[in-house]
Ligand binder design. Structure first.
Ligand code: GAR
Length: 202
């Protein structure tokens, strides 16, 4: 059966992209193939990871376009060019409007570094999520993979995993633990699940 064609959207280090690449190599991700890495900026280290693994990549920068609509139309064009069927947001820091998300219903998933509905929505991304969790004093945090719709971090939850907050944690230390114990485990698993469902539905 043909594998579901996946685009991974990235902005930074791309450790979640790496987890997906490793899952593809180990066979954990078998119903889909990473056909494209799309970066929001040309400095993203994730682009190096894509190149090292012979995965095609594209860079589309929001500020190169006059409007959000024109930006999103360009992204859609690139996705069509590569025949993309599933989009995985893996640390993607550019905003996608309803114009975009509604074009791919139940075909966009995102990894968020907290247990939604805590510490999510507008302004909660990257290290800020862990800073907020530590400031609040929660003893348990985690990660969530969810479908993406027009509400920031508001789509249907696919998978969640809890991670312990430890005495003396800094945002950086907590971020690393959440990645190791939750994100890198959940994202490949959820990607395989959705890729498999799309493959069956074809
Ligand atoms: C990850 O922790 C991811 O959960 C988070 O950004 C980091 C990207 O790291 N995403 C968000 O905060 C989305 N709201 P990576 O580039 O090493 O995968």
């Amino acid at each position: 059966m043909l594998r579901t064609k996946i685009a991974v959207f990235v902005s930074g280090g791309g450790t979640n992209l790496q987890a997906l690449i490793d899952a593809q190599k180990s066979g954990l991700l078998q119903s889909g193939e990473i056909a494209l890495v799309l970066a929001s900026n040309d400095k993203a280290y994730a682009l190096t990871r894509a190149a090292e693994n012979n995965i095609p990549s594209a860079v589309v920068v929001r500020k190169d376009f006059a409007t959000q609509l024109e930006y999103e139309e360009r992204v859609k064009e690139v996705l069509t060019e590569y025949g993309i069927e599933l989009i995985v947001l893996a640390g993607f820091m550019s905003i996608l409007s309803e114009n975009f998300t509604s074009a791919y219903p139940k075909r966009i998933i995102n990894i968020h570094p907290s247990l939604i509905p805590s510490f999510c929505g507008k302004g909660y991304y990257g290290l800020k999520v862990h800073e907020a969790a530590l400031a609040y004093g929660v003893k348990v945090t985690g990660a969530t993979v969810h479908f993406v719709n027009e509400i920031p971090d508001g789509g249907e939850i696919l998978l969640q995993k809890a991670v312990e907050v430890k005495e003396g944690d800094t945002p950086e230390v907590l971020q690393r633990r959440v990645m190791e114990e939750a994100e890198w485990v959940l994202l490949p698993r959820a990607t395989e699940q959705v890729a498999k469902d799309l493959q069956k539905g074809r």
